[in-house]
Design a protein around this ligand. Structure first.
Ligand SMILES: [Zn+2]
Length: 104
């Protein structure tokens, strides 16, 4: 890949550019473990995990429910609720840009 700052070719898995020393990891749109604002049932923890691991939210909820019944899910859910940041609020796109005709 290329460094976004100096444009030199650097290692694909590099965190820092070897030439200018700038941090390059995380510049790509990386998946983050967040609690989505849309489609949440309780706090969005299950949905967040589902989106992060690319799994069906229902599957996560079922697994979580099983853990809950075993007595470990409740604490885990509360911990996840606390540590997982809420998804940043989506700002409406400026008029005219990012708009596509329906059906495309
Ligand atoms: Zn650089």
């Amino acid at each position: 890949m290329y460094c976004n700052y100096c444009g030199k070719v650097i290692q694909d898995d590099a965190n820092l550019c070897a030439y200018c020393g700038k941090r390059v990891a995380g510049m790509v749109a990386r998946k983050r473990l967040v609690r989505p604002r849309e489609g949440r049932k309780v706090a969005g923890v299950c949905k967040g995990f589902a989106e992060y691991f690319d799994l069906d939210p229902t599957l996560i909820r079922v697994v979580w429910l099983v853990c809950l019944l075993c007595g470990i899910g409740f604490v885990a859910y509360i911990v996840a609720w606390i540590v997982m940041p809420e998804e940043p609020k989506m700002l409406p796109a400026p008029q005219g840009s990012m708009q596509r005709a329906p059906g495309q």
